[in-house]
Write a new protein. Structure first.
Lengths: 95, 431
């Protein structure tokens, strides 16, 4: 199963990761798999129809060109499993 | 010949195991047997189907096509007998299924009420999608409900029933909510949130009897002699691991089915994971028995890999439980009850590292700092402290150098911890 890369991976290997070149950052929805219970409120509230929940299961940032970074999924999550974060572009986080 | 894997259960442990099995053994024959007619869905999501934040179909995280890719066969049936010597199970209809490797992922069920009238129509629990449907159906004609229980599911029941416009009476056994985890200030914050949502709290109130009329609950009589009219009585007084099959098959059980760090039970080729499993490893005599989703997923994955012939080891995680109670997102990390603990310093604050941002009334951070390590933390409201604190606790970071400053400046304790974390994070990233 592919579990990363997230800021903190699912299975307890919680180590901070660093961002590369800050000039190439962009905003992205980043899930914490550990907090997600797959209720589906994020996907239900996404105006672009993205299955955000699936990204949360995998623990990877929402990498979908339809994402508006509007924050609806972040606001709707009852367990604060999603956050809008600056992330390296285009290669994602490294660490 | 393809190896035959049999999974009993349809929760997250079962799905995680099946996905791991399919990854590790693409040609294996994976059969899942479950007594829930709806198969795999998000059990924590039931609360949001009940309070109508979600349509029912939204709590199914996986499309049927995905499940077909993973499972060779899906059987809706109850397993009545497990025969380890024959490598077989017997279904309710008498059919027998053979296996080479078996996973028990039967989960847990709500403990029924122990008072007279607990079996009346209208006495409900929140375990399954069928329970949600039943409650929604009852709520259409009900005016008032009583909920008993001191945990998260009780609150979800109360909030869900209130969302249907019912007058909800919430009975608490003690004089405040979740007193084993929250301190008084935190309990009152949650209780205020519940009261703001229209829920009426009754402290130190125990059910003597559910009173019925024509077979349906009509009121609840308390031990203090009060009668509360209601048409629904929600019971959430605990969960019990579904160990019946394991016990019948002669597997070693305690609160759950005993497993080692490979999720193997006492019987050959039988594994267990999730709510039903109690993991015991040498040196950990208390065992690991929690009814939490992340644990079930992790154990399911480990079990699946080992069933496929790998040698994966499950290590006990720090308890990490994010929930929403009384409208407040609350995360408990590690052990947050300091009662009786020696040399534990309690640090309390409202904000972690958001300079210039005013804390909201529901924001609160409580950290328990031992002589060497942080033993637990509770984060309410704004959650930016949760991950850093999990990091510090899980990595066992030595905080002894910080203790004197925390003791001298308790009001600045959270800010000091945040600075400490940032410096530690910088060192780790640079290393």
């Amino acid at each position: 199963m592919h579990l990363g890369p997230s800021l903190f991976s699912f299975n307890g290997q919680t180590k901070p990761r660093k961002f590369n070149n800050p000039r190439k950052r962009t905003l992205q929805v980043v899930p914490q798999a550990l907090r997600c219970m797959q209720c589906g409120l994020c996907s239900y509230n996404c105006p672009a129809g993205i299955d955000v929940r699936n990204y949360a299961w995998e623990g990877i940032p929402v990498n979908d060109s339809r994402c508006l970074t509007c924050g609806m999924c972040v606001a709707s999550c009852p367990r604060s499993a999603l956050a809008l974060q600056q992330i390296d572009w285009p290669s994602g986080m490294t660490g | 010949m393809a190896r035959r894997y049999l999974i009993i259960g349809s929760g997250v442990a079962a799905l995680a195991a099946a996905e791991a099995l399919r990854d590790a053994d693409t040609g294996g024959e994976i059969t899942v047997v479950g007594d829930d007619p709806h198969g795999y869905y998000s059990r924590p999501g039931l609360a949001y189907a009940l309070n109508q934040a979600l349509p029912e179909q939204q709590i199914f995280p996986r499309p049927i096509s995905h499940l077909r890719d993973i499972f060779s066969h899906r059987v809706h049936a109850r397993v009545t007998e497990l025969l380890p010597a024959n490598h077989e199970v017997v279904l309710q209809n008498g059919r027998r299924l053979g296996y080479d490797r078996l996973l028990l992922a039967t989960g847990s069920v709500a403990t029924p009420g122990d008072f007279p009238g607990h079996d009346l129509h209208g006495v409900v629990k929140l375990d399954t999608l069928e329970d949600v449907r039943s409650i929604v159906h009852l709520a259409r004609r009900a005016r008032a409900a009583v909920v008993v229980g001191g945990g998260i599911i009780a609150i979800e029941l109360a909030e869900g029933l209130a969302a249907h416009g019912l007058t909800v009476h919430y009975f608490l056994r003690t004089d405040r909510f979740w007193s084993s985890v929250l301190n008084e200030t935190e309990s009152r914050m949650v209780e205020q949130g519940l009261a703001d949502g229209g829920i009426r709290l009754h402290y130190r109130t125990l059910v003597e009897q559910a009173l019925g009329r024509r077979g349906a609950v009509a009121a609840v009589l308390t031990k203090a002699g009060m009668t509360v009219p209601c048409q629904i009585l929600g019971v959430a007084i605990g969960l019990r691991a579904r160990t019946e099959l394991a016990k019948q098959a002669g597997l070693v059980t305690r609160k759950g089915v005993l497993v080692d760090e490979h999720m193997a039970t006492s019987a050959p080729d039988i594994y267990a994971a999730g709510d039903v499993a109690e993991m015991r490893t040498p040196g950990d005599e208390n065992g690991w028995f929690e009814t939490l989703w992340p644990k079930a997923r992790l154990q399911g994955e480990i079990a699946g890999r080992n069933m496929a012939g790998q040698r994966a080891v499950c290590t006990r995680n720090v308890m990490y439980n994010p929930v929403r109670i009384g409208g407040i997102v609350t995360t408990t990390i590690g052990s947050v009850n300091s009662t009786g603990a020696q040399d534990v310093l309690t640090v309390v604050g409202k904000v972690w590292n958001r300079q210039g941002v005013h804390a909201g009334p529901a924001d609160r951070i409580r950290v328990l700092v031992g002589p060497q390590r942080i033993t637990g933390a509770l984060v309410m409201g704004e959650q930016s402290a949760a991950q850093p604190l999990l990091c510090l606790i899980e990595q066992g970071v030595d905080v002894a150098p910080l203790r004197p400053a925390l003791e001298q400046q308790p009001q600045a304790g959270i800010e000091l911890l945040a600075q400490f974390y940032r410096e530690w994070e910088r060192r780790v990233v640079e290393a």
